[in-house]
Design a binder for this molecule. Structure first.
Ligand SMILES: [Zn+2]
Ligand SMILES: [Zn+2]
Length: 158
């Protein structure tokens, strides 16, 4: 493969004009994904090296800022913890960047926002199980279990 040679650049430009931006970018993404799978070991290593650096530091700060545990079940292992929007995604986080199909900010951008605002109550931590359940079912089974437990306890005490 010869990436970046003048001839390649010229021919790519021609192709792009021929098929239109959308088809061209779709095709380009397709090739990028194929490269990703072809160099999977390298890609994984790169992703985990990167993850351990800046992004990880920011995430850690956010986790610590919110007590480092799932606000539903108390799970405290960082691998499971995610940031959840208590009242849905606010308007200023909904964006779509040209070419990047992204409905909202996430990751580093979101961590920076949260840290700069001083860990507002609009966010909370959930583990991935609880997050999924709230997202899909609008409740988490833990809540039912905990309230049953409370009921049983109060019945015992009565
Ligand atoms: Zn949980
Ligand atoms: Zn839960």
């Amino acid at each position: 493969m010869s990436y970046g040679s003048e001839a390649t650049k010229k021919s790519n430009k021609k192709k792009r004009e021929l098929v239109g931006d959308e088809v061209y970018l779709e095709h380009k993404r397709d090739i990028q994904m194929r490269c990703y799978w072809k160099n999977l070991d390298w890609s994984r290593q790169y992703a985990s090296d990167f993850g351990r650096t800046r992004r990880y530091e920011l995430k850690r700060q956010v986790l610590l800022g919110y007590g480092h545990r799932c606000s539903c079940c108390g799970e405290d292992r960082e691998e499971f913890l995610q940031v959840d929007h208590v009242n849905g995604v606010p308007e200023d986080e909904r964006r779509s960047y040209a070419g990047k199909r992204r409905a909202r900010i996430s990751g580093v951008e979101l961590y920076r926002k949260i840290i700069s605002l001083g860990f507002p109550a609009d966010y909370r931590l959930l583990c991935s199980n609880c997050n999924y359940s709230f997202g899909f079912w609008k409740y988490c089974p833990h809540q039912i279990e905990f309230s049953l437990f409370d009921l049983v306890q109060s019945a015992k005490e009565a």
